[in-house]
Design a protein around this ligand. Sequence first.
Ligand code: FES
Ligand code: FES
Length: 197
Amino acid sequence: MVGASATTAPAAVPAAAGAQPAGPAAPVTARVAFTVNGARRELDLDLRTSLLDALREHLHLTGTKKGCDHGQCGACTIIVDGRRINACLTLAVMHQGSAITTIEGLGGPESLHPMQAAFVRHDGYQCGYCTPGQICSAVAVLDEIAAGIPSHATADLTAAPDLSEAEIRERMSGNLCRCGAYSNIVEAVTEVAGRRA
Ligand code: FES
Ligand code: FES
């Protein structure tokens, strides 16, 4: 035991005395390329960068909002390869080659998307913070219904889902609105779906 201490102690002392606090490791980055609103974009990103942060912080597309950053509010909803997703819950590097549509890609002030125009007509927003996610979600909801994808509110899984208010409310339930503009949002979505509210 004595011999063992004599051989290990000298090595331990200089190491402790000369130790520098280890700095943070350099981030691991990768080049990712995808199409955003019809334009090819390439970014060198920290592997940990969420798709939401890539859009907002790197591409400065701030229409997509960060509410909770935890998949709970739907403010960050965008459309990727035709399906709506929460951009805060996915890493940018997972979307190599994807086609991404944000609210900026749906339409602008001079050429509103029909869903944007319906939100305006029906007062579907108040503060507007949730609105980009609501609109992206609503556009994808109508595509989901048209594609026959059932929801929790679909009673008959063998029939095409209808465009009922219950279907729309259920499918939009992942998009929270602090202002409580839900009734007007449902009216807007219903109008675009081809039915009168
Ligand atoms: S910011 Fe993504 S769900 Fe809330
Ligand atoms: S309009 Fe304010 S959070 Fe929805």
